[in-house]
Ligand binder design. Structure first.
Ligand SMILES: Cc1cc2nc3c(=O)[nH]c(=O)nc-3n(C[C@H](O)[C@H](O)[C@H](O)COP(=O)(O)OP(=O)(O)OC[C@H]3O[C@@H](n4cnc5c(N)ncnc54)[C@H](O)[C@@H]3O)c2cc1C
Length: 335
């Protein structure tokens, strides 16, 4: 099959790697997004997302994408059924008092790593800005104004927060939003461990992982905003920035160095979606704040759907049929 992938971020690059084994695949991407060099991959999720994260990890390993494992500490009450689920997927956990945090925590080993996303997304891309017109059963696909519809057997839309701008003619159940994190200087342990603090409401991860005094911290807050067409991201007003930083400083002696952010995308139930939306168009989207965790797994489900017709209903786009408008909720990787 000749397959055109629209958007070569985490999902598009995973799709490219999986589908290129059997098909002729091209990735179309105007490179308007700068990816963070590394992102958290965590198995410490809920429900079927844990299975999807497991599949993602298998994909990273299959395509030799570097992962740097870290121990993590989860603060706050975690349901015993969730802990058992993590253990079933090979994560070692124990409850322990962590002196440098000053709290009891769930220490997890084998569940978290930072993934080299730059390496994952380093694939051949044709620098094309795509627009897709949805009409009856067909998607008409244009790249830099030139129609490509007949040049491919099928297309896959995987342009993250740009998806809803690319598609014209019909509404798709996706909304873009802005999400931020801050680089801070503080205790060196924070560059050695990942912390999910559900008591105060923030997470932290190593910046470099070499025991420097630098770490990255943020929360899962959502600021609805359109993605930039020209790739120049204009930071919106972040109303809760001071509040989140003060929460981090309640726990640790730390100071902010800089704030960074980027675009994310959510669905009506905040879970990712995949499926077929036209005879010649599939979609994989709505990865919100955990695309490195579940994105490659969802790309695999999409490939299995295209090639064998296999469906995993939990993530199918059909669940949103009839939904006209919606508000974004809480990110699903938060417990
Ligand atoms: C501050 C911050 C921290 C985060 N931390 C983590 C983390 O630690 N772990 C984690 O799992 N997730 C994290 N995320 C979320 C993660 O970045 C997203 O879930 C993920 O990038 C979504 O992947 P995607 O492939 O759907 O889209 P993207 O990675 O956004 O890729 C979309 C691609 O589409 C392209 N595109 C845009 N317009 C067009 C067009 N017209 N035609 C064709 N292509 C187009 C873009 O250039 C881009 O390459 C974080 C996000 C932010 C903002």
């Amino acid at each position: 099959m000749k397959i055109g992938i629209v958007g070569g971020g985490i999902v598009g690059s995973s799709l490219f790697r999986i589908l290129s084994e059997k098909h002729q695949v091209k990735v179309l991407d105007p490179k308007v997004k700068t990816q963070f060099p590394t992102l958290i991959h965590s198995m410490l999720l809920k429900g079927m997302d844990v299975q999807l994260a497991f599949k993602s990890r298998e994909i990273y390993d299959k395509y030799k994408i570097e992962r740097y494992p870290f121990k993590s500490y989860t603060l706050g009450k975690v349901d015993s059924s969730i802990l058992s689920l993590w253990e079933n997927y090979g994560v070692s956990i124990k409850e322990t008092e962590v002196n440098w945090i000053g709290e009891k925590a769930i220490e997890a080993q084998g569940g978290d790593s930072l993934v080299n996303i730059k390496q994952l997304t380093d694939i051949p891309k044709e620098q094309n800005k795509v627009k897709i017109e949805l009409k009856e059963n067909i998607a008409r696909v244009f790249a830099n104004g030139r129609e490509l519809t007949r040049e491919f057997d099928t297309f896959i839309l995987s342009a993250g927060s740009w998806n809803s701008n690319i598609v014209i003619g019909e509404k798709i159940p996706l909304k873009p939003y802005y999400c931020w994190a801050t680089v801070m200087k503080g205790p060196r342990q924070l560059d050695k461990f990942i912390v999910y603090d559900y008591i105060l409401g923030f997470y932290s991860r190593p910046l470099l992982g070499i025991g420097s005094p630098l770490f990255v911290a943020g929360d899962g807050d959502i600021i609805e905003m359109e993605p930039p067409e020209d790739g120049i991201l204009r930071r919106p007003e972040i109303k809760d920035m001071e509040l989140v930083i003060s929460r981090i400083r309640t726990r640790f002696t730390a100071r902010m160095i800089y704030i960074s952010g980027n675009m994310c995308e959510g669905t009506p139930d905040m879970k990712p979606v995949y499926g077929r939306i036209k005879d010649n168009l599939y979609i994989v989207a709505g990865l919100n704040g955990y695309g490195a965790e579940v994105g490659p797994g969802l790309a695999l489900l999409t490939a299995q759907f295209i090639e064998k017709g296999e469906e995993v209903k939990e993530y199918l786009i059909d669940r949103f049929r009839g939904i006209r408008d919606f508000s974004l909720g809480k990110e699903p990787h938060e417990l």
